[in-house]
Design a protein around this ligand. Sequence first.
Ligand SMILES: Nc1nc2c(ncn2[C@@H]2O[C@H](COP(=O)(O)OP(=O)(O)OP(=O)(O)O)[C@@H](O)[C@H]2O)c(=O)[nH]1
Ligand SMILES: [Mg+2]
Ligand SMILES: [Zn+2]
Length: 380
Amino acid sequence: MTEPADHKYKGTRGSPAHQGLGRLRRANSKTPARQGGWERHHEDSEFTDQHGERERTGHGGETLLARFNRLVQGGGITSEPGEPGEICGINGTAIQVRLPDGRELPCSIRQVLKKRIGGVKNPLCVGDQVRLRPDESGGVITAINPRRNQLERADSHNRALIHVFAANLDCLVIVSAMDDPPFKPGLVDRYLVIAAANGIPAALVINKCDLGDASAACALYRSLQVPNFAVAARSGAGDISALRDFLRGKTCVIAGQSGVGKSSLVNALYPDVAARVGSIAEAGFGRHTTSSARSYVLSDGVRLIDTPGVRECGITGLKPLDVALLYRDIGALHRLCRFADCSHTHEPECAVLAALASGRLPSSRYESYRAIISEDLATS
Ligand SMILES: Nc1nc2c(ncn2[C@@H]2O[C@H](COP(=O)(O)OP(=O)(O)OP(=O)(O)O)[C@@H](O)[C@H]2O)c(=O)[nH]1
Ligand SMILES: [Mg+2]
Ligand SMILES: [Zn+2]
């Protein structure tokens, strides 16, 4: 039996997934006036940009990402000789590295480097930028570059155990369908929280626009400044070429429920690699046939990472306040509530409830936020 490809870190901190949260938390704690005049503030601070900066310092100390980056310091990519490469496949302890010319080599990790990141089991993941020294059996990884971000989640049974699925992502592409399966704003919002918590930009693709009108959904997510694209992958209609432009050069993970058309979308976007995409689809998009992570080079410099890490979209390891702050709209409103620890359920002068009552906050957003707290966090 092979080990699962996700990397297990025995973290020392209880609250793991707080990348992107440090600034939000500080901004919240520094909010000046908690009492009086909140309606006026409310008008002034229309969904202030709280997600632009992706800071990694969590309140309980060093984040997992910061720790990783500290440990690989000094072994940075520029300080070691060797060829640059990118980890493109992890399967148990087997590591595959892609060279700039496209060749792929099976690699091991240099002992001294392994020691430096000691205590971290399976320290590398797909998307890691490394240096390597080729040898007769493939290559030896001699240095790892610090990561920009990583897709991680706490184990649902043991919150101190963190799974890391992929690193250095440019975009989490959330795919939903207008119908068949029906559009689920709650699922979109969950993926947005996962992206924001990990410091990964997100985009929304609404597929199967031949089956329904996506304009309301597009308007909602546009107001939240989530880039969005309404397409019909099967016929190639809609914003396919805009989406192709948007994705150019990016390293992406595609997330979405089974049947929304993720494989069809990749085919519509990159018909020239359609044959290979067929096998990608079989390799496990949406199916649980594989537990290994893999990145694929598509056209336009796009790298697509297929990882089991996005198939379960439950949220673990966050506190209710974290979730509020990671919602762009609710987070901005939260700062205007009378009470800094407002739960937005019953408190007086709650800016979230007021916005909900006036229709300024769509009920789907409030409902998905409450569902994460009462369903996901209750069991994590
Ligand atoms: N009506 C309509 N159907 C579509 C469209 N795009 C894809 N489909 C159909 O939706 C079904 C599912 O598409 P897939 O591309 O396999 O979906 P997927 O997200 O990759 O599914 P999994 O691999 O199970 O996760 C197929 O029968 C497609 O033909 C579209 O734009 N309109
Ligand atoms: Mg598929
Ligand atoms: Zn409130």
